[in-house]
Design a protein around this ligand. Structure first.
Ligand code: ZN
Length: 241
């Protein structure tokens, strides 16, 4: 165990008020690629960049194309929690971790057993009829083809996922801010901190144990009290609870 890993271990072992804030990098180790990482495939298969397709105006104008992309790139029903998800759930159960704040929509923290999870961008597990507000689960969305319609009233079903042009859920955002503002240890992982609202949320942290875990440098490395570079599953997985 090197010095930085040892330091992280000590801070975790001595705190009962840890908050974790994570981004897409937490799920890539579960085989879920960041849909924003534009590769050649998009150019071949889609007429528009992901940011355009995953926007509210695009959803309203062309739900067929939206769902073609959404089913291909954003639904990963076979994905399983990795060592990072599992360790965070274990830390919560042990009374060390107070909350997980995530930008991911895959529900893997809950699948790992975490209870207090603030999903800033919503979840693919919740879907609702835009007409009668009946809710549908991920299975329902995976089973169908094309634009999913409500069996009750025929309305179009929309994922409870925050699209571009839509605002974040206010209550979720406030709860995340509060958890971060009160945290003793804030661990941030798997995010470049470039996407809104990630950068803004850090500013609420008032402690002196800000930990960044990332594969590549971020603009906040200098502000952190501890920076670990490497796969987050490996780093968190090595923590002893
Ligand atoms: Zn309906």
């Amino acid at each position: 165990m090197d010095g930085k890993q040892e330091q992280l271990q000590q801070w975790i072992a001595h705190s009962g008020n840890i908050v974790f804030f994570g981004g897409a990098g937490v799920s890539t180790e579960s085989g879920i690629p960041d849909f924003r990482s534009v590769d050649g495939l998009y150019n071949m298969h889609y007429k528009y960049p992901p940011e355009t397709i995953i926007s509210r105006s695009f959803f309203d104008a062309d739900p067929e194309e939206f769902y073609r992309f959404y089913r291909d790139k954003m639904l990963w029903p076979e994905a399983k929690p990795n060592a990072a998800h599992l360790k965070l759930a274990e830390l919560e159960q042990a009374g060390r971790l107070q909350a997980v704040v995530t930008q991911n929509i895959d529900g893997l923290h809950q699948a790992a057993g975490s209870k207090t999870v603030y999903e800033l961008h919503g979840s693919v597990h919740r879907n609702y009829c835009m007409k009668c507000h009946q809710f549908y689960d991920l299975d329902f969305m995976v089973r169908g083809e094309g634009v999913p319609r409500c069996p009750v009233c025929g309305g179009v079903i929309k994922p409870d996922v925050v699209l571009y042009e839509e605002s974040l859920d206010q209550a979720t955002m406030e709860a995340a801010v509060l958890a971060i503002a009160r945290a003793e240890v804030l661990i941030i992982g798997g995010t470049s901190l470039a996407v809104y609202p990630a950068a803004g949320l850090i500013n609420y942290y008032q402690g002196s144990r800000l930990v960044l875990i990332n594969k590549s440098p971020t603009p906040y490395d200098r502000r952190a009290d501890l920076v670990l570079s490497g796969p987050i599953g490996e780093i968190l997985g090595a923590i002893t609870v």
